[in-house]
Structures are given as C-alpha cells and as structure tokens.
Design a binder for this molecule. Structure first.
Ligand code: ZN
Length: 180
C-alpha cells in the first residue's frame, strides 16, 4: 500500500527521470504513470514506475523508471489461453540496469533485497547501459534492478496482461492500493 503522498511524489520523480532521459511524454501521460509497490509497501526497495504508451491487441510499449537501486521483483510471463506467454524486450535508455536471468551465479554489482533470498532465484547478472537490450522468452524468470543513478527503460512486449504475471514472492499483489 502507498499513501497518496508517496504515490504523488514517486510519480513526479518518475516524470522528471523520463523527461531527463530524452523521452518526450505529454502531461496527460505523466499523470497516468503507474506506481507499483507490488503490495509490499516499501516502494524504494521493491517497486517500479510504469507508463504504458501502447497497449494494443498484440503489442505493448511501456517506459519503466526505476529509482536508484530500486528492484522490480522476480516474475515470469505464463501462457494465457492460446498465447504462449508474453515475449518482452527491455532496452535501457538512461542510467544503468542490472538484469537477472537463468544462468550461472555471477552476481557482483547488484543485490537481493534484504530478507528475500528465497524469492529472488535468478542470479545471472547482466548489466546494461543506454542502448543495451535484452529479450526474455515467455516463461523465463527474471528480475531487474536499477544502478546507483536509477534507470529509464523501454519495455516492448507482446500482449500486456500484467495482472496475470506470476511472481516468485507469494506476498506480492500486483495491483497497488493507494490510501487517501
Ligand atoms: Zn517481465
């Protein structure tokens, strides 16, 4: 849960970061940036600010702003009906981001949020700077974390059904509750 104040502060910080990155967004888009605390109520540690630019029938484009060292929890995109699951490409536009995917444990720069060793199981680290990108096949577990400056990332994917994403951490609730 987020307070209204936390939500508004995070949204305006994300707007500044996105504009700083060189991505032009309208005021109307700025106002609908989603602030996701994943139901964990510690946004700066585990959370993400997400602006959906395109959510058509088969394609989605989002801009994700992550605060310094903020972590987007481990998840995967399961098959839905006839669809094999969301295919997703993340491209760093500004700052640095650390991605964690299947493979040998080579984690150096990043860290698993305190007390969450069991629910961050991918430890193969890939550090991406602006222009770097990674494509995740459906069903692949992944999580990512901003570097010291934060990060602005484009996320291109097939079908956006975020509510159906699966998370390793059973405490996660995908829909953010805001308390007025
Ligand atoms: Zn994903």
């Amino acid at each position: 849960m987020l307070t209204r104040e936390e939500f508004e502060a995070a949204q305006s910080r994300a707007v500044d970061m996105i504009r700083e990155s060189g991505i032009h967004i309208t005021d109307e888009e700025a106002e609908r940036i989603e602030v996701a605390d994943f139901g964990l109520s510690r946004l700066d540690v585990e959370g993400a600010q997400i602006l959906t630019l395109v959510a058509a029938g088969r394609i989605a484009v989002k801009v994700v702003a992550l605060f310094p060292n903020q972590t987007l929890p481990e998840h995967w995109h399961p098959p839905v009906g006839d669809d094999p699951g969301k295919e997703e490409t993340e491209r760093v536009v500004w700052g640095t981001a650390r991605f964690y995917i299947p493979g040998d444990d080579n984690m150096r720069a990043g860290f698993v949020p305190a007390g969450k060793q069991d629910v961050y199981t991918m430890r193969h680290e890939l550090i991406l700077e602006p222009g770097g990108q990674i494509t995740m096949e459906p069903g692949t577990k992944h999580w990512f974390q901003a570097g010291e400056q934060g990060a602005v990332i484009y996320s291109f994917s097939s079908v956006a059904r975020d509510v159906l994403d699966r998370f390793t951490d059973p405490d996660i609730q995908r829909v953010t509750q805001i308390q007025d």
